[in-house]
Design a protein around this ligand. Structure first.
Ligand code: AMP
Ligand code: ZN
Length: 464
């Protein structure tokens, strides 16, 4: 398996610490609002990575956090805790908000067939772990207390900017634009591990600590949860590209300072999905979710199909045109597969040949678009019998997770299609050709092609 590693900025051969076993960590959502489709694209990327590793024979132990405290409105230490923002907005307790949006998150996550990681842990369930790490960092004089908060001193680590290729100035300016100077910090890039006194006086969630009542910073959560559940050595850690700095940069600094050795070998980052305005924000109140797309009549898996058609390291621009196109292609694919009659015997040679090529595609830094092209090639291949085709499609779908093989529906049993065919016949009879044509196009997009003959109208599955 070859994978792009942000740490080396190259595509590398993937070698886990322990043969055959992958320890993988994914930064989870901040549950102060619904997850938008950009966030979901990021989780689809991680889902494909996990499933590709499983397909290639690894066993995967994967953990993900749920951020229900400590993530401020700026990824640096300024702004307000996002959970507090939601608490004021919705006049509910932080826990009610966290429960509500965690549930909504996993609903949308399941709708796009993402597999829930084996370990999912809330930030608020691991406070003891953060305290243990912070105490250790204070003992080592890598963390310090100032103005009541505990900070991490970035000058104490050798290679703080290793993940960002040492573009320190750019990173610092980019991340701290509009952020006020914090007089408590020794270096302006130092970050908070634990807030005791802070400007957020009415913070609802507070825990006892050796330094007084307080709450953890955002970065320490992922370090604490990853080390608690996956141990001292991590193989893959991932998130969206915006997590590279400061979040993952800080995670590396504090984890390695705590552990005393290198922590994680591969850093996996998904490019963003933006809308045409250039940003898909969760905090502006207008959130485009998977459930919303579903309420508009889209199949959530059309969105997954759209994501798989582009590379996870490429930015993707969301538009309804693009989604309509993805949905039409996806539906055609499903109908085409549904029309395959399972006959013939397993052709082991053909199976092995296509399976090897599929592994090559996904092992090539998760080239899902090439893997999908291979699927189309298989469908067209007249040398491969139907039974072998279906076995291969079922196997590929362990990574695609597009529900490619659905229960066979005959057209006569599909009341929606039959009603549309009748409606078109009536429109033609009434000489409403515009309506007739639009129904015909609609049916075509659903994978049904109408054929008008002198004897009447018949139909066939597109691509058959
Ligand atoms: P959050 O809930 O804000 O903590 O974000 C959850 C995950 O979504 C993080 O790993 C982010 O890096 C990622 N993310 C945020 N915005 C986008 C976007 N527009 N496209 C893809 N991923 C995103
Ligand atoms: Zn994280």
């Amino acid at each position: 398996m070859k994978i792009y590693n942000t740490l080396s900025r190259t595509i590398e051969e993937f070698i886990p610490h322990e043969e055959g076993i992958v320890k993988m960590y994914t930064c989870g959502p901040t549950v102060y609002h619904y997850a938008h489709i950009g966030n979901i694209r990021n989780y689809i990327g991680h889902d494909v990575l996990e499933k590709a590793l499983l397909y290639c024979g690894y066993s995967v132990k994967r953990a993900m956090n749920i951020t229900d405290v400590g993530h401020l409105t700026s990824d640096s230490d300024s702004g307000e805790d996002k959970m507090e923002v939601a608490r004021k907005r919705e006049k509910k307790s932080s826990m009610e908000i966290a429960d509500f949006y965690t549930k909504a998150f996993f609903e949308d996550f399941a709708k796009v067939n993402c597999k829930k990681p084996e370990i999912v842990s809330r930030a608020t369930d691991n406070i003891d772990m953060y305290i243990q790490i912070i105490e250790n960092l204070l003992e080592k004089d890598i963390a310090y207390i100032s103005g009541g908060n505990i900070y991490f001193d970035i000058s104490k680590v050798k290679d703080y900017y290793v993940l960002t290729n040492h573009i320190e100035d750019k990173m610092v300016v980019g991340a701290r634009l509009g952020v006020e100077e914090d007089g408590n910090k020794r270096n302006q890039a130092d970050f908070v591990l634990w807030f005791t006194t802070s400007k957020f006086e009415n913070h609802e969630l507070l825990w006892d600590s050796p330094w007084g009542k307080g709450y953890p910073g955002w970065h320490i959560e992922c370090t604490g949860i990853a080390i608690r559940y996956l141990g001292e050595y991590l193989d893959i850690h991932g998130g969206g590209v915006d997590n590279i700095f400061p979040h993952h940069t800080n995670e590396i600094a504090q984890s390695e300072a705590y552990l005393g050795h290198k922590w994680c070998n591969y850093w996996f980052h998904n490019e963003h999905l933006n809308d045409e305005s250039g940003k898909m924000s969760k905090s502006n109140g207008d959130i485009l979710t998977i459930s919303h797309l579903e309420s508009l009549g889209y199949d959530p898996l059309s969105f997954r199909y759209m994501c798989l058609n582009s590379h996870y390291r490429r930015q993707l621009v969301f538009s309804y045109d693009a989604l309509n196109q993805a949905e039409a292609t996806y539906k055609k694919l499903i109908n085409r597969i549904a029309s395959i009659t399972d006959d013939g015997e397993l052709d082991e040679g053909a199976f092995a040949n296509y399976n090897t090529r599929f592994i090559e595609a996904i092992s090539d830094d998760l080239n899902t678009a090439n893997a999908l092209s291979l699927l189309y090639e298989l469908l067209k291949d007249e040398q491969v019998n139907n039974h072998t085709k279906l076995d291969l499609i079922r196997k590929f779908d362990k990574v695609f997770s597009l529900d490619l093989i659905r229960e066979k529906k005959t057209l006569e049993n599909d009341s929606e299609i039959m009603a549309l065919i009748e409606e078109r016949a009536l429109a033609k009879k009434n000489k409403d050709f515009a309506l007739a044509d639009s129904i015909r196009e609609d049916l075509y997009n659903k994978g049904i092609e109408l054929i008008d003959t002198r004897e009447g109208t018949t139909y066939r599955i597109v691509g058959e």
